[in-house]
Design a protein around this ligand. Structure first.
Ligand SMILES: [Zn+2]
Length: 153
């Protein structure tokens, strides 16, 4: 395609449009570790979405508008995808907590106490350290999956 600059075309914008339309992106998550957009350079964002370019496995961090543009969809559609991706990561994180040895040990302790006539203080003495391990694991998984894991899980 021949572009005449003096006719008011913006070469950069056209090159970018072409690149955007041919790439497939996957939303990996959102975080506040980078508060500027890789696409438009906008700063002071609350955080950015991490998008994986599946063609060359490169990660781009972008705001909502640029994220939607990269994926050639509307902002509202982009937010829906982002939310769905988060729910998926949450499911995986919850499952990982529930299948961990820390969680199983904690649950088994609760079951084992049934009908033993222990006082609340005695129960807590056994359960607290076990629950602390579950909370500690949950914190690690929160970072790993970029989701909130409720303490009651
Ligand atoms: Zn941007």
């Amino acid at each position: 395609m021949h572009i005449k600059i003096n006719e008011g075309f913006d070469i950069k914008a056209i090159v970018m449009e072409t690149a955007i339309k041919t790439k497939k992106y996957k939303v990996l998550g959102f975080s506040d570790t980078q508060c500027y957009c890789d696409v438009c350079g906008k700063t002071e964002l609350h955080g950015t979405y991490e998008l994986l370019d599946e063609e060359n496995q490169e990660v781009v961090r972008a705001g909502t508008t640029c994220g939607a543009r990269l994926m050639s969809i509307k902002n509202t559609e982009f937010i829906k995808i982002v939310d769905a991706a988060k729910k998926e990561r949450q499911k995986v994180a919850f499952a990982e907590v529930r299948s961990s040895k820390e969680y199983i040990e904690y649950q088994n302790a609760i079951t084992a106490m049934e009908g033993k006539g222990l006082t609340p203080a005695q129960r807590m003495e056994i359960l607290h350290p076990l629950h602390d391990k579950v909370v500690s694991l949950s914190r690690d998984l929160q970072l790993k999956y970029d989701v909130e894991i409720p303490r009651y899980l």
